[in-house]
Ligand binder design. Structure first.
Ligand code: AMO
Length: 444
């Protein structure tokens, strides 16, 4: 008999059906045992009575929560249960008996976690069984699919830049070195150089989705050592404004799709309303932002960058003023940005780039790039980067390269903000951080 998903059962009342899934709850009432069985589409009550033949009842008595079962039985109407039906078990096969007790508590809807995050992550495959986390994984899938779809609709070419590279793009300090036969190589911190290569290659508009690596000893709620970067690079732009507009469209497109498909469930399970941004996002200069923060009593340690507290506060202020959850921070000092950002010709102290903040956190960096050979070499020199060390990269600008710009979104951060999680570790399938490689690596 073919397996039916729980969501398909409603059309089969009165029939013999087969369901396969996991035992969510066992309720043993002696003469009758209820097993609530869960699959990816929902939960159904199944039961067995102790009639003449006790073999089935005895077999079911030994089944533990989270065991994987294969059940056939009669689907009967049952007004007293939520779904309006239940399955009277005729046959049950235990495909996999779960050991008891489980090492962690699987989070129930609307309940706070009772197991510490580190332990939950050590048993991530069990942690992901919760309704909340399984919805998170579905939303993540749609989110990336829609960002990607937006790129396809807008005629971008997908590239896959190499992940093992010979030169670091985002500065030397937080790069992982790897042994490459008898040479030294690096894990890509970003596909930055190779997406720009796509522009020099005449592909005009490219995107790249994949893992990037940061050797950063940051124990925060927003840093991973490996994350998925959604990168876009667009040629023949007039200004970084073209890039901002592209990103606005892309995020709106994705959020509309997520809201349409999962909006109600997200509201129910995460208590979050997905808001679709209507207008273009506010642009605010670093200088103005710092002034607003000072007025709000927030002291700044760095005139050209924002602490997490400042990011939170400025988002709050701008949302209050404009109603927008998003804001583009512009006019950063060039010396504090990547060397490949173009300088503002009207004020070379400033970079032609931006960060995008969403609900209190930076989710994107972007910029118009310096595509003129002399200028890019000059910018690099100001950071003590020699022409020789990035020769391959500089060569992209040697044989004709259109003006261009782009951005990168950290997808785990985007998802974290979308669903209101407190830590990026929760929106990463299996997070790597300085002290975990899948599992905690220094427990002492
Ligand atoms: P940047 O280094 O700002 O820019 O990274 C872009 C975005 O990636 C995310 N991000 C991270 N997510 C998790 N863990 C980390 N350690 C981490 N670091 C960054 C953030 C951030 O906004 N090449 C440029 C982008 C460009 O200009 O196109 C770059 O990588 O969401």
């Amino acid at each position: 008999m073919k397996r039916l998903l729980v969501s398909e059962l409603k059309d089969h009342i009165g029939e013999e059906v087969r369901v396969r899934g996991v035992v969510d709850t066992v309720r043993d009432q002696g003469k009758i045992i209820f097993l609530i069985v869960r699959d990816k589409s929902g939960k159904v009550q199944t039961l067995v009575w102790g009639g003449e033949d006790k073999t089935l009842l005895e077999k079911v008595k030994r089944i533990t929560s989270e065991s994987v079962v294969d059940i056939t039985g009669k689907l009967k109407e049952a007004k007293q249960v939520e779904q309006g039906f239940e399955i009277e078990i005729n046959e049950i096969k235990v495909d996999s008996l779960a050991q008891s007790p489980l090492p962690i508590v699987i989070e129930e809807e609307h309940h706070d976690n009772t197991t510490a995050l580190d332990r939950r992550l050590d048993y991530r495959w069990i942690d992901l069984r919760s309704k909340k986390n399984s919805l998170m994984m579905s939303v993540a899938t749609l989110m990336t699919a829609k960002l990607r779809e937006y790129c396809l609709v807008n005629d971008l070419i997908e590239i896959q830049g190499p992940r093992i590279i010979s030169a670091a793009s985002e500065g030397g300090a937080n790069v992982f070195e790897v042994k490459y036969f008898d040479k030294k190589a690096y894990l890509a911190q970003s596909p930055q150089f190779h997406k720009q290569m796509g522009i020099a290659a005449g592909l005009e508009r490219v995107f790249n989705v994949g893992p990037v690596f940061r050797a950063e000893k940051s124990f925060t709620t927003r840093h991973l050592t490996e994350y998925t970067s959604f990168d876009v690079e667009i040629g023949y732009i007039d200004s970084y404004e073209d890039i901002c507009e592209f990103e606005e469209g892309m995020l709106r497109y994705m959020l509309e799709a997520v809201k349409e498909k999962y909006g109600e469930e997200i509201k129910k399970i995460f208590d979050i309303e997905i808001k679709i941004p209507k207008d273009s996002f506010p642009r605010i200069t670093v200088k103005d932002a710092k002034e607003k923060l000072a007025k709000a009593g927030i002291k700044s340690k760095d005139e050209g960058d924002f602490s997490p507290e400042e990011e939170r506060k400025i988002s709050e202020i701008v949302e209050k003023e404009t109603g927008s959850e998003f804001l583009f921070m512009i006019d950063y000092p060039h010396k504090q940005r990547a060397f490949y950002h173009m300088k503002n010709p009207n004020n070379p102290e400033l970079a032609l780039g931006f960060d995008l903040f969403w609900k209190g956190i930076e989710i994107t960096t972007g910029a118009q790039r310096e595509h003129r050979l002399e200028n890019i070499i000059e910018n690099a020199k100001e950071r003590d980067i020699t022409e020789e060390s990035l020769k391959d990269y500089f060569d992209y600008f040697r044989y004709g390269c259109p003006p261009h710009g782009g951005f990168a979104i950290g997808t785990e951060r985007l998802l974290m903000k979308m669903l209101g999680y407190g830590s990026i570790l929760e929106t990463t399938y299996l997070p790597n951080t300085p002290n975990r490689l899948g599992k905690l690596i220094n427990k002492n």
